[in-house]
Structures are given as structure tokens and as C-alpha cells.
Design a protein around this ligand. Structure first.
Ligand code: SAM
Length: 282
């Protein structure tokens, strides 16, 4: 069998809320393929019924993706066309499908995207936070320690940070973000996008936390959290200088602490002095 006799795999985005965001091409593709691989067939049925799509469904989720991908590859090699969908939005984006796409491509079968809704792009486009460079971080770890560690690694990231977050953990995460990034960093909570209760609120992290804490409705539904990138990057040398100064400043006058810190770290006395003054104001 040559690649041209094989079928094609379509990666089809579905709406994240508003059904009118389902593209004509997506509907047409789902009607025309031989099979739809869906993350949760029960979840997708009402959507497909609404658009009179009667194509047979097969599940492909986190737990069966490996073995289902082999089966789907065989069917593609036999000439069938298949569409992949997830529960909402773009498959593979915090959703299953990567293993399938990777396997299919490595077997020289065409993979065609049918783009549409994606929560992170939808949120970014209306957040008012810099959109030229961003880093999508997916879901943060559910446990507080691991979450804070991951956030700490992103402290100096200059690109806009985008997270998917559970509304139940939103307040804890906002508090941890304040600890790591500082209360003044701007952030946006984009909730229930394209749905009736859509909310897109951009404020400083501290204001956003207070606003969410004051209104239980903001801790419901689906949400995306965006955080402005760092405006200045602290280098490893500066971090070391800060660490040494933090130890010396409680014991010594500023000038002496700065001189010793510069000696220990090999940095300049003047920079150590300026940093010491800043640390004293904190
Ligand atoms: N594949 C999807 C996409 O393209 O965005 C994401 C799937 S991921 C399992 C689900 C998460 O996406 C939710 O927990 C939430 O963080 C975000 N999300 C999905 N729909 C959303 C919406 N309408 N408003 C806000 N966030 C949404």
C-alpha cells in the first residue's frame, strides 16, 4: 500500500462553549469521514447529533490511546479516513491525540488539521496581556508543593504564561502566584469563554485574588489563567548576591554587608550596594 492509497487523519477542533464556533469545514469533515475517534463518545454524541453528524464513533482516550492508535493506523492504511476530536476545543492541547498523530505521521500518512476553538488562544486574544511571545504550561500539578516548585521555575520567564486551572484550586494558585511573581504582576482570569457567564478580568495578581475571593461565582466553571512575563530577569549571579546579602544585612551595616557580599560572589561593590538598598526597602 502506498501513502496515496491510504486514508487521511483529520484533527478537528470542536467548540469550547458556543456551538456557532463549530466551523462549516469541521462539520463537513466529520460528516464525510468513515470514522470519528472521540475522547469520550458519550460526551460528543449530543454535539454530533445537533449537527446531524451520523458517522460511527470510536473512543480514544488517555487510557487506551496506545492500543487504539495501532488499530486506527491499520484502518488508515486500509484506506479509511478518520477524524480525531476531543471533548472540547483542539485535540492534543491538554487532550489526547499526540501518540496517534505521531504514529500516523511516522507511517507517512497525511494528517490534516481542521482548526477552530482553543481556550488558551481565545483567552490570550482578549486578555490585554502581551501576545507576541507566550508559553503555554497546561495544567499545574494539583499538589501545592509541586505547584509552587513549578511556578518558581517560571519566575524569570519573560513570555506571557498561560495555564489551564481547575476553579477549585484557583484561589490557592493565585496566592502561590503572588508569593512567586509578586503582588503587582498583571494577570488575567478568563472563565467560561464563549458561554453565557464569560468573564475576562485583567488586574494585578493581588487585586485578582481579592476579586475572586469576594465572589464565589468566579470559582466555578472552566478557566484559563494568564500571567504577564517578568519585566527584568534576575541572573544566577544576582540570585547568589541576593542570597548572600539576605544573610549579611541583618547582622551588618549596609555598606559593610555589600562589600563582603561583593567579595564572596565576585560581583561589583556598587551593584551589591544598590541591591542591598533595594532589599532593605522590601
Ligand atoms: N483542548 C482544549 C482546548 O483546545 O483548549 C482544552 C482541553 S483541557 C482538558 C480543558 C481545560 O481547558 C479546562 O479545564 C479549562 O482550563 C480550559 N477550557 C476549556 N474550555 C474553556 C472555556 N470555555 N473557558 C475557559 N477555559 C476553558
Amino acid at each position: 500500500m502506498t501513502a496515496s492509497q491510504a486514508g487521511q487523519l483529520f484533527v478537528v477542533a470542536t467548540p469550547i462553549g458556543n456551538l456557532n464556533d463549530f466551523s462549516a469545514r469541521a462539520i463537513e469533515t466529520l460528516k464525510s469521514v468513515d470514522l470519528i475517534a472521540a475522547e469520550d463518545t458519550r460526551h460528543s454524541k449530543p454535539l454530533l447529533q445537533h449537527f446531524a453528524i451520523t458517522t460511527p464513533l470510536l473512543s480514544l482516550h488517555e487510557h487506551n490511546e496506545q492500543q487504539r492508535s495501532e488499530l486506527l493506523l491499520q484502518r488508515l492504511q486500509a484506506g479509511e479516513s478518520i477524524a480525531l476530536i476531543s471533548d472540547a476545543g483542539t485535540p492534543l492541547i491538554s487532550d489526547p491525540g499526540y501518540r496517534l498523530v505521531s504514529l500516523v505521521k511516522s507511517n507517512a500518512i497525511q494528517v490534516l488539521p481542521v482548526p477552530g476553538s482553543c481556550a488558551l488562544i481565545t483567552a490570550l486574544s482578549a486578555s490585554g496581556i502581551a501576545s507576541d511571545r507566550f508559553s503555554f504550561e497546561g495544567f499545574l500539578p494539583p499538589k501545592s508543593g509541586a505547584r509552587r516548585q513549578q511556578l518558581s521555575q517560571l519566575k524569570n520567564e519573560q513570555r506571557t504564561l498561560i495555564f489551564y486551572e481547575s476553579p477549585r484550586r484557583l484561589l490557592d494558585t493565585l496566592n502561590e502566584c503572588i508569593t512567586v511573581f509578586g503582588a503587582d504582576r498583571r494577570a488575567c482570569l478568563a472563565r467560561e469563554l464563549t458561554k453565557i457567564h464569560e468573564t475576562i478580568e485583567t488586574r494585578s495578581l493581588a487585586d485578582l485574588r481579592d476579586w475572586v475571593a469576594a465572589d464565589a461565582n468566579q470559582q466555578r466553571g472552566e478557566c484559563v489563567l494568564l500571567i504577564e512575563g517578568a519585566s527584568t530577569v534576575i541572573t544566577a549571579d544576582e540570585q547568589e548576591m541576593e542570597r548572600v546579602l539576605a544573610l549579611l544585612l541583618p547582622e551588618l551595616p549596609v555598606k559593610k554587608a555589600a562589600a563582603i557580599a561583593a567579595g564572596i560572589t565576585g560581583g561589583s561593590k556598587n551593584e551589591a550596594y544598590q541591591l542591598a538598598l533595594k532589599l532593605q526597602q522590601k
